[in-house]
Ligand binder design. Structure first.
Ligand code: CUA
Length: 335
């Protein structure tokens, strides 16, 4: 019914139906009470109108039963809305296991996309159908917002920070990508397309593009060029911690405390190395702010990630229909 009437964007992701159900419930609930209240206003205005100039109504001195009713029923309704929304929100916030990873950098006024396999795209993103896709978003300048109505996905890309979101497309096609945060003159032109392809078609697309350097490969080259390797060595006398097997592990920090070595921590360690110094090391690393672009930092992150799983450097996209098909089969654990 709805798909034939262009009030709603297409539903093309696993969460779209659930988001719409909640939305329609809220609209329906609001409409129900709006009509009910307006109707009662009219009805009471007529039913209890003043019939003669001397008429005086009886005073009412409250009713416990009535007050409890009009408190408890709305309470029940809003708690129900809260639980439903929270369940949906957490489902959308938790990335399914083994996603295909995509790095996205917003820049006035374009979306730069990097596949871990090396393909780069601008204002385009090609993904296979029925595979969870994790996006790591950041911005080189101002706040942008990655918005794909057909997937019901919207996530801000913030300068100096990594935001994560995911989607799993359910049908092949071309879907609009928008920037949903006013970011200057050409904000309205900061648009693009997500192309969802059948797995075989996607493999052909991957093979057809100029493969170029993988994200991890570019990161490895930078790691050499920036001389990171002189301190981050495997031997005992190294001035910096060894980065092999680091990604996703829990790191002990100087002065107590721990941190999980995720994308955010690695980015922070490149930009503000003294913020969280690893136990047993001196805060001697200089900041690389301004020396590396956001895309290069993402490449370094991909490289450090690849050290954890050595074959990730040549990571093939996950096969279609692999684990993670069920968007509900998620847990909050880091990889
Ligand atoms: Cu980027 Cu609006």
């Amino acid at each position: 019914m709805i798909s034939g009437f262009p009030l709603f964007p297409e539903r093309a992701s696993t969460v779209a139906g659930e988001v719409d159900a909640l939305y329609l419930f809220l609209v329906g609930l609001s409409a129900f009470f709006a009509v009910l209240i307006a109707g009662m206003v009219l009805f009471f205005a007529i039913r209890y109108r003043r019939r003669s100039p001397g008429e005086r109504p009886q005073a009412v001195h409250g009713s416990l039963a009535l007050e409890l009713t009009w408190t408890l029923i709305p309470l029940g309704i809003v708690v129900f809305i809260f639980l439903w929304s929270a369940q949906l929100f957490f489902g959308m916030a938790r990335v399914p296991k083994n996603p295909m990873e995509i790095q996205v950098v917003g820049k006035r006024w374009m979306w730069k996309v990097q596949h871990l396999t090396g393909q780069r795209e601008i204002n385009e993103l090609h993904v296979p159908v029925n595979v969870p896709v994790k996006l790591t978003l950041t911005s080189e300048d101002v706040i942008h917002s990655f918005y794909v109505p057909a997937f019901r996905v919207k996530k801000d890309a913030l300068p100096g920070r990594y935001a994560t979101t995911w989607f799993q497309a359910t049908k092949p096609g071309r879907y609009h990508l928008f920037c949903a945060e006013y970011c200057g003159t050409n904000h309205s032109a900061m648009i693009g397309w997500i192309t969802v392809m059948e797995p075989a078609e996607f493999q052909a697309w991957l093979a057809g593009g100029t493969p170029g350097e993988t994200a991890a490969g570019a990161g490895e080259r930078l790691f050499q060029e920036l001389n990171c390797v002189t301190c981050h060595r495997a031997d005992a006398g190294a001035r910096g911690p060894n980065l092999a097997q680091l990604f996703g592990s829990t790191v002990k920090l100087q002065g107590g405390g721990t941190v999980v070595a995720d994308e955010r921590y690695i980015r922070e360690s490149i930009v503000t190395p003294t913020a969280k110094v690893v136990e047993g090391y001196q805060p001697v690393m200089p900041s690389f702010t301004g020396m590396v672009s956001e895309e290069q930092i993402l490449a370094l992150v991909a490289y450090i990630q690849s050290l954890k799983t050595p074959d990730a450097k040549a990571a093939p996209p996950p096969p279609a229909g692999a684990e993670g098909d069920n968007p509900k089969a998620q847990d909050g654990t880091k990889r």
